[in-house]
Design a protein around this ligand. Sequence first.
Ligand code: BTN
Length: 251
Amino acid sequence: MYKIPVSTLFVGKNLVFVPDCHSTNSLAMEFAQRGVGTEGTVVITDNQYGGRGQRGNLWVSEPGKNFTFSVLLKPALRADRQFLLTQVVALAVADYVRSKAGHVKIKWPNDILVNDKKLCGVLIENSLVGSAIQVVIAGVGLNVNQAVFKDPKATSLKLITGKEYDLNQELELLLHCIEVRYLQLREGKVDQLNADYRNNLYRLGERHLFETAGEKFQGLITGVDETGRLLVETGQGARAFGLKEIRFADA
Ligand code: BTN
């Protein structure tokens, strides 16, 4: 159903469309493990019935309306720098969405919000050899033409702009954005990626209520560190939190 993109060098040149599947991340990882996934391979489906999200959540998407796909990448990176991939993909999606809608933010670590509602979720999974990343599977769930959501905090491009989108055309644009940001990483433009990620960070410099295991507190996000921990200025000084250690109590 999808066309091979013409505007990319390698992302999506090997495009695997399956009408339905359990999870494109799982399928892409299977390809990688069988040695059949070249760098830039995209696995995409119209009906993902076991989509996986962050923190063990499910990702539910109305069949045929949205993007559910995974990109297979092979960056030459140490495992302790894997947050760079999170930044690459989140920024790429934010770049793409910004061409259609205003007020786009990245909610740490990699949710894409428009007007405080979630438009896109990203799930990055790696396989490692020793301390090196062997393969990265970057899974993207982006709501495009879906008009009704159970979750009042979810949104779609259609709800934001009132337009219906051609998934084929949009895939090309989005894959191009992913490749541009990934090439920045390959060219070593890490300072640029860090600065852009910070500039896109939801609620940067604002005071809000956070929740950790058994504790709620007011804090102010000051940025992220190299390993991707969220840096929060709290009543007890500056603290750094990993993904499973903190959440917004009011978002
Ligand atoms: C999140 O929880 O926000 C992340 C959601 C990621 C969903 C995408 S859809 C394509 C890919 N395959 C999966 O099983 N998950 C990701």
